[in-house]
Design a protein around this ligand. Structure first.
Ligand SMILES: Cc1ncc(COP(=O)(O)O)c(C=O)c1O
Length: 396
């Protein structure tokens, strides 16, 4: 049955997306290995995945998953407070907490859901607090954090990207006794640059706040055993609550909250996105433990991907392409218009390279870009082919 009014509204919405070159389609890809895919019968080198360390196909991770699925079955069978919390999840949470040097961790089915659960838990605390509180988000925070804050029933403000002067002014203007919660990312998902954690630490020393750090793209790639960007900077103690996704460098799916035992107890009791959703399966939990083991035992993966990132950034910079400093494997090439970004992605695809064009509303208007991502499993030849293909694009 179709509803005419709804159909008309959808048509208008979709037409405006098409007209502004923001139309999105999904391409069903065949996953061949950690760095190669098949798309419409063609083998492509994948420079668009978040599998920075090649763990999606690591034998140790696959073996742990195989063993767990045979022993425990596929689904967890329930939400965590009913029967969905397994011994495997308990072990994974302990491993994640040890890895992140946090008192405790809670495992969830996705990073998006983790952001929701963290913000819901904080919002529940703020609502009990007489003077109230608010969330202060970096402008480039991921949609999962913005959606969570927007739906929390607690006020929130956005400060310009990494603009700590503006953040300090917002903190200074806060009513006496109000709880201020600053939310930012360690490595930003679309720009590949880093939060100024040392600067945040200084501001926090002057004007106390709760710091929530989304380490989705810092985990695995930075810090001893990939413990994250805060660990790399020696600033773990500045972070009150860390969000980890298992879906990027760990090569899996899922997310985890890392924080104090008290905060994790609060997530279990007040994080609706945690409480009212089926628990991640044992296969995921077992694979997470194995992936953390690989991070500890194979530091060369982290070194290689960051070395490759430095090489690509330097080469593109030499060609006059603007690059932000750093060595994260997320490398944006800004082409401004949606059309140019789409055309560039198509040109790379013709050369056997899969790079995705990122357009508004995911990024700001007039900042459409190619988002290149690197993996430690990319060969030197593949990376050289990428540099050669991207270098002339801006001038094409
Ligand atoms: C910074 C950031 N946080 C959270 C998420 C959500 O994680 P997941 O894909 O595991 O739901 C992403 C994913 O793209 C991300 O980039």
């Amino acid at each position: 049955m179709s509803n005419q009014l709804l159909n008309e509204l959808l048509d208008q919405q979709l037409y405006s997306r098409r007209k502004s070159q923001q139309w999105r389609v999904r391409h069903a890809i065949g996953l061949l290995d950690s760095t190669h895919v098949e798309l419409y019968g063609r083998r492509l080198v994948n420079f668009a995945s978040n599998d920075y360390l090649g763990l999606t196909h690591h034998p140790r991770v696959l073996e742990a998953a195989r063993e767990a699925v045979v022993r425990c079955g596929m689904g967890s069978g329930g939400s965590p407070l009913i029967t969905g919390y397994s011994l495997e999840q308990q072990a994974a949470e302990a491993a994640i907490a040890r890895w992140k040097q946090a008192e405790a961790a809670v495992l969830l089915a996705s990073g998006y859901q983790t952001a929701q659960a963290v913000v819901q838990t904080l919002a529940a605390a703020v609502k009990r607090h007489g003077p109230g509180g608010r969330f202060l988000l970096d402008k480039l925070c991921h949609a999962s954090l913005i959606d969570a804050a927007g739906g929390s029933g607690v006020g929130f403000r956005v400060f310009p990207h990494n603009h700590l002067g503006k953040l300090e002014r917002l903190l200074a203007a806060a009513p006496e006794g109000q709880l201020q919660v600053v939310i930012t990312e360690s490595i930003f998902s679309m720009d590949g640059d880093a939060a100024d954690l040392a600067g945040l630490a200084e501001v926090k020393a002057k004007r106390p706040f709760v710091l929530v750090l989304d380490e989705a793209h810092g985990s695995g790639v930075y810090g001893p055993a990939g413990a994250g960007y805060a660990a790399e900077c020696g600033l773990e103690s500045v972070v009150d609550i860390a969000i980890v996704t298992l879906s990027k460098a760990l090569g899996l799916a899922g997310g985890a909250v890392c924080g104090s035992g008290r905060f994790c107890d609060a997530v279990v009791n007040c994080g609706r996105a945690y409480i009212y959703s089926t628990s991640p399966p044992a296969i995921l939990a077992a694979a997470a433990v194995a992936a953390i083991g690989v991070l500890q035992d194979e530091p060369q993966r982290q070194q290689r991907v960051r070395g490759l990132a430095r090489r690509v950034r330097r080469a593109l910079l030499d060609k006059g392409i603007a690059m932000c400093p750093g060595d994260s494997p997320i490398i944006p090439v800004i082409l401004k218009s949606e059309h140019r970004a789409m055309e560039a992605a198509e040109r790379l695809r013709d050369q056997g390279l899969l790079v995705i064009a990122i357009r508004p509303p995911t990024v700001a208007a007039n900042t459409s870009r190619l988002r290149i991502t690197l993996s430690s499993d990319h060969s030197d030849d593949e990376v050289e082919a990428l540099i050669a293909a991207v270098s002339p694009l801006r001038f094409g």
